[in-house]
Design a protein around this ligand. Structure first.
Ligand SMILES: [Zn+2]
Length: 550
């Protein structure tokens, strides 16, 4: 009997739906069109993978219908990350993970196992070691790495991304000689490359092959689905990345939905013949926009500010483009029918991008949904300009919790009023979309939901939340990761909620996310992930429980 059930489960998981599917006994939670929490008990899914009907307690008696008993568990729409870097996350997943190694010998053991498991990788890339956690706190040397792998280059980044250790083969590949000088802002010691010196090695790492791209795309899909993400906006797709996504779409191995924004004007011209794409492969891939940059990041003081940095008064950060240049680039994209998504973090950059969009709006009236990516630090006087200009704020709740102390240092106490100001933005009627900026932050959207409602980090800091008046309600936060993210990608008729005509993309989670406190919300675990009415991921521990006869 147990074997039969398992065989049936395997069949259902792998084969496309051939009949309607009825999900019953669900504790369904989603946000309705008015932004209110909607509860449902089940849904009927057509054999086309789309929702036919949402159930609110009524019983359906249907023949020739597969029944999926949710057993009272919480069912919600698949979550959407409105700003991520899909292939970068995939490559991160494929690299050697050295986080938590407690000694050099521990690093060496993991390196040895990884090299053995990946005999074909031309370079071995890893990250995450921290010598401060090792007994003698000594930095590793090239000789330490050569002792384990000497036949091919090895490059292992420190946990903070500000240093890396190379083996001799990597230094040789980089043309390194004993008299090679470290560039300004960098340092080299026995194979340890610090800050600006890191580019000596990193610039020599070969571009990934098509096979490596394909592997990364498989890896990132597993990460997304296991975290409850069924779709993501890919911010800055490169031409070779687009090709990998197309290959997966054609091969039928694309199980998530990717809303692609070409990386810059050059990327735009090189992808899909320089035109936005159709919705491809059952709405699993769409090139609809172009990503541009107006400034850098706050941590490295690259964010462009109206006033000098509080902790470095000689700089206001980096202005990437003049007003004319950014308008020219935006025009090039808008005239081609693309949506625009412009990275702006500092208040000066945000003001420049708002002005750019105000001008574009006159030239391109209609529903253009101009996006600002991050919108982290805004002059409170500029925030009311968003709504009239038709701008969407695409923001990342976990940036707020990760950046809090750094932002206070960079800006000082008196310029935080328009920082990560979600509720102020929401109250002005500006569409909000939430994401993570993975792999900068974890792709897991549940800590993002928790950060949005609490403005506290995973340790509950600070008590009461940082600038607590900017906290979101649970409905608002969930909308940011579902309806809002779909709207920001012109995808709201396809995904973002479970209602007739939209794809049956949903997840089953281990707790009622609408009722738990923020700490518990952050630790929500996904049990199953369904895309277009098919189960595409299931937590292994569930399978183990099934086998034990539960
Ligand atoms: Zn980003």
């Amino acid at each position: 009997m147990r074997t039969t059930l398992l065989a049936l489960a395997a069949l259902l998981a792998s084969s496309p739906a051939l009949a309607d599917t009825l999900v019953t006994n669900a504790n369904g939670v989603q946000v309705d069109a008015k932004g209110k929490l909607e509860r449902f008990t089940g849904m009927l899914i057509g054999d086309d993978g789309k929702v036919k009907r949402l159930l609110h307690g009524e019983m359906l008696k249907l023949s020739r219908t597969k029944v999926v008993d949710a057993k009272g568990r919480t069912v919600m729409p698949g979550l959407i990350d409105a700003h991520g870097h899909v292939m970068a996350l995939g490559f991160t997943a494929l690299q050697l993970d050295l986080t938590g190694t407690s000694s050099l010998a521990g690093l060496q053991a993991r390196l040895k196992a990884y090299a053995k498991a990946n005999p074909d990788s031309r370079w071995i890339l890893g990250r995450g070691w921290n010598q401060e956690l090792w007994p003698d706190k000594r930095f590793p040397t090239a000789a330490d790495i050569d002792a384990i792998v000497s036949d091919r280059p090895v490059w292992l980044g420190r946990v903070d991304g500000h240093a890396g250790i190379a083996n001799s083969a990597a230094m040789q590949a980089a043309g390194f000689a004993l008299n090679t000088q470290a560039p300004t802002g960098g340092r080299i010691e026995h194979g340890l490359f610090v800050d600006a010196a890191m580019s000596l090695i990193e610039s020599k790492i070969p571009a990934p092959t098509a096979a490596e791209q394909d592997a990364a795309l498989i890896a990132v899909q597993r990460m997304m689905l296991s975290n409850g993400l069924t779709a993501a906006a890919d911010m800055g797709t490169a031409p070779d990345e687009w090709s990998a996504m197309e290959r997966a779409g054609k091969a039928g191995t694309l199980n998530v939905r990717i809303l692609s924004y070409a990386g810059g004007i050059a990327g735009m011209r090189a992808i899909n013949g320089g035109k936005p794409s159709d919705w491809l492969y059952g709405d699993r891939l769409h090139l609809g926009g172009v990503k541009l940059y107006a400034d850098g990041a706050l941590g490295s003081r690259g964010a462009w500010l109206k006033q000098p940095y509080a902790d470095k008064p000689e700089t206001r950060g980096l202005q990437f483009l003049t007003d004319d240049q950014i308008l020219d680039q935006a025009n090039a994209a808008a005239s081609g029918g693309y949506q625009l998504a412009i990275h702006a973090i500092g208040d000066a950059a945000n003001a420049q991008v708002i002005s750019t969009y105000e001008q574009l709006g006159k030239k391109y009236p209609g529903d253009r949904r101009w996006r600002i990516e991050h919108f982290q630090i805004a002059d409170p006087a500029d925030i009311p300009r968003l709504k009239p200009a038709g701008i969407i704020a695409s923001m990342q709740p976990t940036h707020q919790t990760s950046d809090r102390l750094m932002a206070e240092a960079r800006l000082g106490p008196n310029r935080l009023k328009g920082a990560y100001a979600w509720q102020t933005i929401e109250k002005l009627g500006v569409p909000l979309a939430f994401g993570s900026d993975f792999p900068v932050e974890s792709p897991n959207p549940f800590p993002g939901l928790a950060a949005a409602v609490s403005r506290q980090d995973m340790n509950g800091q600070p008590p009461g939340g940082w600038i607590p008046e900017e906290r979101m309600s649970f409905e608002q936060a969930l909308a940011g990761f579902t309806r809002g993210a779909a709207y920001a990608g012109f995808a709201e008729t396809r995904i973002g909620s479970l209602e007739p005509g939209k794809w049956a993309d949903f997840i089953i989670v281990d707790r009622d996310v609408s009722k738990v406190d923020p700490q518990a919300l952050a630790h929500t675990e996904v049990s199953e992930t369904w895309v277009a009415g098919n189960k595409v991921w299931e937590r292994a521990s569930n399978a183990a429980r099934v086998e034990r006869g539960r």
